[in-house]
Design a protein around this ligand. Structure first.
Ligand code: FES
Length: 106
């Protein structure tokens, strides 16, 4: 039986509209947190092409994050690889706001 882990991150007010923030998890993975027009999303931080950090090298364009290394585009909400050269999707994670604090479901 798998168990749901909900991890508290930081106050939502610290992630402004259009920003991406890299978050380290205790297991060594990193997530990218996005504020897309006031809605919050989380994906794996590592680009599925050649492992660039999307939080550090990427930028939001519409509803996609564009990787700065080779310009892959991923749908932020679904993780779908929308622009080549990427074909593998990003893992996405539900984000909740509880008492003003962003939480991610892992
Ligand atoms: S590493 Fe992201 S597009 Fe190549």
């Amino acid at each position: 039986m798998s168990s749901l882990i909900i991890k508290a991150l930081f106050p939502a007010s610290e992630l402004l509209e259009g920003e991406i923030r890299k978050v380290a998890l205790p297991d060594g993975r990193h997530l990218a947190l996005y504020n897309l027009n006031g809605a919050y999303y989380a994906t794996d931080d590592q680009c599925t092409h050649e492992k660039a950090s999307l939080a550090e090298e990427g930028m939001i364009d519409g509803d996609q994050v564009i990787c700065g290394w080779h310009l892959c585009g991923f749908d932020i909400a679904t993780g779908e690889a929308a622009v080549s050269p990427c074909s593998e999707p990003l893992q996405t994670y539900p984000v909740r706001m509880i008492d003003g604090i962003l939480h991610v479901e892992l």
